[in-house]
Design a protein around this ligand. Structure first.
Ligand SMILES: NC(=O)c1ccc[n+]([C@@H]2O[C@H](COP(=O)([O-])OP(=O)(O)OC[C@H]3O[C@@H](n4cnc5c(N)ncnc54)[C@H](OP(=O)(O)O)[C@@H]3O)[C@@H](O)[C@H]2O)c1
Length: 157
């Protein structure tokens, strides 16, 4: 099972200066409820962004894969030189946690999407890639002030 989780504003913005453009405690809590103790895949920029937040503390995932085309290794993560090849071949359950580049590569493989819609427009530099949501069906929806938490599953052919 390949799942994606992200939060985006009404213009599909997801990032600014390699951080989130906003701070919604409700969304942060939701992210960690879904992602804690999961095997996750992210791009190097998102990994660096999370390391900045956690400083010396370990990131609370079961296992981390980090997409990077650079040589080198990380103490706490497995590097993935080709995200496309990785997703085509993995047998593990993977939660894809960003950013834009990695979401774009993962969308064709996605079985489930966790989308937080932020009902405002922010300033930033990174957007979620446009894709065809009609291939997915809504399976749950929850509202909080300024936020909609939606979960979609891919429609089986
Ligand atoms: N709102 C949200 O839910 C959310 C979630 C996650 C992230 N974000 C935000 O998104 C922004 C970061 O996103 P981003 O798109 O700039 O970066 P990213 O997707 O996190 O990482 C991009 C990096 O992935 C590596 N990469 C790219 N293609 C690859 C491939 N085919 N195979 C293996 N590795 C590959 C490259 O690393 P090398 O340069 O090392 O080759 C590239 O620099 C930040 O602002 C972050 O806060 C938002």
């Amino acid at each position: 099972m390949i799942e994606l989780i992200w939060a985006m504003d009404e213009n599909w913005l997801i990032g600014k200066d390699n951080a989130l453009p906003w701070h919604y405690p409700g969304d942060t809590a939701y992210f960690w409820r879904v992602a804690k103790d999961k095997t996750v895949l992210m791009g190097r920029q998102t990994y660096l962004s999370l390391k900045t937040i956690f400083k010396d503390k370990p990131l609370p995932f079961k296992k981390m894969y980090v997409g990077t085309t650079r040589s080198g290794t990380y103490d706490d993560a497995v590097t993935v030189p080709s995200v496309k090849t990785f997703l085509e071949n993995t047998k593990e359950d993977i939660l894809v946690i960003g950013g834009a580049v990695i979401y774009a590569l993962a969308l064709p493989h996605a079985d489930r999407l966790h989308v937080t819609y932020i009902l405002k427009a922010y300033e930033g530099d990174t957007h979620f890639p446009r894709f065809d949501l009609s291939r997915f069906k809504l399976v749950s929806k929850r509202l909080e002030p300024e936020l909609i938490f939606a979960v979609y599953e891919r429609i089986k052919p």
